[in-house]
Design a protein around this ligand. Sequence first.
Ligand SMILES: NC(=O)c1ccc[n+]([C@@H]2O[C@H](COP(=O)([O-])OP(=O)(O)OC[C@H]3O[C@@H](n4cnc5c(N)ncnc54)[C@H](OP(=O)(O)O)[C@@H]3O)[C@@H](O)[C@H]2O)c1
Length: 342
Amino acid sequence: MQYRLLGKSGLRVSELCLGTMTFGEEFGWGANQDESRRIFDAFTAAGGNFIDTANYYNHGTSEIYVGECIRAERDALVVASKYTLRRPGANPQDLNGGGNQRKNLRLSVESSLKRLGTDYLDLFYLHVWDWTTPAEEVLHGLDDLVRSGKVLHIGISDSPAWVASYAQAITELRGWSRLAAYQGEYSLRQRGVESDVLPMTRAMDMSMLAFGMLGGGVLTGKFNQAGGPGEATRAHEATPQELTMAAAVLEVAQECGRSPSQVAINWVRQQSDNIIPVLGARKVSQLIDNLGALEFRLSPEQIERLSQTNPRTPAYPHTFWGDWVQKMIFGERTADLHGLQE
Ligand SMILES: NC(=O)c1ccc[n+]([C@@H]2O[C@H](COP(=O)([O-])OP(=O)(O)OC[C@H]3O[C@@H](n4cnc5c(N)ncnc54)[C@H](OP(=O)(O)O)[C@@H]3O)[C@@H](O)[C@H]2O)c1
């Protein structure tokens, strides 16, 4: 395990983060408390210090299990949680029981701290953009939490790139706490972040926390086997295109003598230096398998071969920037631009 700085901060985090959406069984596809503990122990034994949870995961049980795990060495760990989705126990009739507004922010952080049994979070994310709360209200509220000491760093997840970039500009102009991390779905199956989110994170000095790297399990090739996965799994089926992607992952895995899961993780990990994968595992054996991604790298040819199974489909305005536009801007010297535009 190696270590990174989170965004443009001095916080040292492991190059892999442990996702704990599987801690608890309320969603129907997670781990019980003992198995969750084994997953946590295997991660920290491998040198991991960065743990990801959210108030919503298994309706609060994930935070409770994480709280038990971190109790003995809280300060040696970097603990992240998130708010937006309905607070566990919120009245379904309560319009403010979820959302990005200051009221839900304050109530959510207080209840997360209680479930986690800690008096501070190292990183607190806005979980999902709600399209109604002004960015200033969110950022001022988060900055107040930092000033109060309940939160040390802030992040944003599942939000459009333009929102995150506008928000970062506000933090800079107002002298508020900067967004240190963006968390978003990124896998061979879901490449949407490549157009705007990933370049935005680099330009705005944020770490990119990538989740869903295995497509919820589909990219491990479970559904390419005759008879399916052979056990109850979170994913229920795979589309023909997902089966094609998974077949390519299996082929590369065989070439490398590694597991398909490790190949799918490294396809993401090798896309950009600021990416920190958020590992998902339901069993300790899966977590140990996934940690093996650190032991090798894919070749550029293997990455390209995998990418060809799900080519990028750029949307406007990316579709507009063909060679002719480059020439209309830079004249005949477009060949000199390599590096200038990175
Ligand atoms: N910000 C957000 O909105 C957001 C959303 C989702 C997740 N997250 C975070 O990201 C973490 C990971 O996300 P994810 O669970 O969606 O990721 P994922 O890596 O795409 O899927 C994980 C699932 O794949 C299967 N799996 C994992 N390792 C395996 C292996 N070695 N071999 C075979 N199957 C394996 C397991 O399910 P089965 O055994 O049931 O097949 C596991 O639950 C979460 O825990 C959470 O912390 C964040």
